[in-house]
Design a binder for this molecule. Structure first.
Ligand code: URA
Ligand code: CA
Length: 448
């Protein structure tokens, strides 16, 4: 088969055969198709799209381009959760221990920060001693014994996606539903989970900025699950402001511990309960969403969730005492406020800019080889709709040195818009997408 013919076929708008799609994934994984031809086909797919059969074939071909983790040694159904990426999104560290305390098996291969978004692995590594480099054997044993493990990928998972993602990044072909859906789901299927709950973010800090596009992405991923015979559910949740108040690695661990200790609640806990309840249903521990949330709230109240987090940290080599004494986490030496430039209501946040602001402070990487500063970040002092007086802090910056302050203050004053009119309250969960239905929050779309 001549690869040029495949490119021209897609360019003309025709669906590709399964064999042609397999050649594409194999060619990416092995390097047998040159980057310029892979890139041309990626661009053709961006313009012409792929139907569900093509998207599923691409997903399965990418999944089988490398190793597939075998979790069959773990009793019951392993459930996984994946977020399309956000800011202040520490749901994994809240819900994995809570779900495990309710009897779920959470076997999660996580990622590092990417662009403006944080990564769970970087957050875990901010805990003194905690490792995310765990052998597959120990990973399986930990999930079996404790109920949860969050580690980095050890094996050669989805090399086709690795190659294609790197090309998409530099050819303007990231933002395309079938390419994103197959990229995410291929990695989730290769990591072996029996059921997957997806958190598709929507808003100013999300990969997909509009609700319509976010729902399309959720539908595509749920649809792949249907074709592949794997239960996949998706919540579409808001990312028009950081989900938690803390942004930065150790700061986000601290917020997760504060939540599991019952000291604070709010949107981060709410979304964690919504996602966790679906994980408990998928894993067979809960009957319905209300039951799942009630079980998780009980695990929070009793302290069982916090104890699970301590057990998980200990099993991964970290100091579990951080769960009792958060001062054991890395602390930034300089803490300074970002004053509101004017009085008024917080009307909009550029959440992507807030993420980049912390990245520039050292909480994320601009280049792959950059070293993360675990202590730096910021703590938001306002939420959308709040009223602030000029000069009141909109955020507290946690900095390595005072030189970092001026650019961060300017970035945050730009990112947080203040106006005269109180904005409409936005929902936390916009939609729930399953194989048979889409259920929207009131006023945000039609029930299918
Ligand atoms: N995350 C992924 O893993 N793949 C994409 O294409 C986009 C986000
Ligand atoms: Ca995450």
């Amino acid at each position: 088969m001549n690869f040029v013919d495949i490119i021209m076929k897609k360019k003309a708008g025709f669906p590709l055969s399964d064999e042609e799609i397999r050649l594409f994934a194999e060619g990416a994984a092995t390097g047998s198709v040159p980057d310029y031809q892979l890139s041309a086909l990626l661009m053709a797919i961006c313009f012409q799209g792929m139907d569900m059969r093509e998207t599923t074939t691409l997903t399965m071909s990418m999944m089988h381009s490398g190793d597939v983790v075998d979790l069959s040694g773990i009793d019951g159904i392993c459930v996984d959760k994946h977020s399309t990426g956000g800011v202040g999104d520490t749901t994994t560290l809240v819900l994995a221990p809570l779900a495990a305390a309710c009897g779920a098996h959470v076997a999660k291969l996580s990622g590092r920060g990417l662009g403006h978004t944080g990564g769970t692995l970087d957050k875990l590594e901010s805990i003194p001693g905690c490792s995310v480099d765990i052998s597959e054997e120990n990973f399986i044993r930990q999930v079996q014994e404790i109920g949860c493990a969050v580690i980095g990928q050890t094996k050669n998972l989805c090399p086709a996606d690795k190659a294609l993602y790197a090309l998409r990044d530099v050819t303007g072909t990231v933002g395309c539903v079938p390419l994103i859906a197959s990229s995410i789901v291929s990695k989730k299927l290769a990591s072996g989970a029996g059921a997957i709950v997806l958190d598709v973010k929507t808003g100013t800090g999300a990969l997909m900025k509009t609700l319509e596009d976010s729902v399309k992405l959720a539908e595509a991923m749920v649809g792949i699950g249907q074709y592949a015979g794997k239960p996949i559910f998706a919540l579409v949740t808001g990312m028009d402001q950081p989900l938690g108040t803390h942004v930065g690695n150790a700061l986000e661990v601290k917020e997760a511990i504060d939540i599991l200790s019952g000291r604070i609640n709010g949107d981060l806990l709410e979304v964690s309960l919504e996602l966790g309840a679906r994980m408990l249903i998928a894993g067979g521990q809960a009957e319905n969403v209300g039951d799942g949330k009630a079980q998780m709230m009980e695990a929070l109240r009793s302290g069982a969730g916090l104890r699970k987090l301590a057990e998980m940290i200990q099993a991964q080599g970290g100091n579990p005492a951080v769960c009792e004494d958060i001062s054991l986490l890395p602390q930034a030496p300089v803490i300074l406020p970002v004053p509101a430039p004017v009085s008024g209501y917080v009307t909009r946040m550029d959440t992507t800019a807030i993420g980049y602001c912390t990245q520039h402070m050292g909480a994320g990487r601009a280049q792959k080889t950059d070293i993360i500063d675990p202590a730096v970040g910021l703590v938001m002092q306002v939420r959308l709709g709040d009223y602030v007086e000029a000069g009141q802090p909109i955020a507290m910056l946690h900095l390595r040195n005072e030189q970092q302050a001026a650019p961060a203050i300017e970035a945050m004053q730009q990112a947080v818009e203040i106006g005269d009119k109180k904005p409409k309250k936005l929902p936390l969960v916009y939609a729930f997408v399953s194989a048979n239905s889409i259920i929207y929050a009131d006023g945000y779309g039609k029930v299918r």
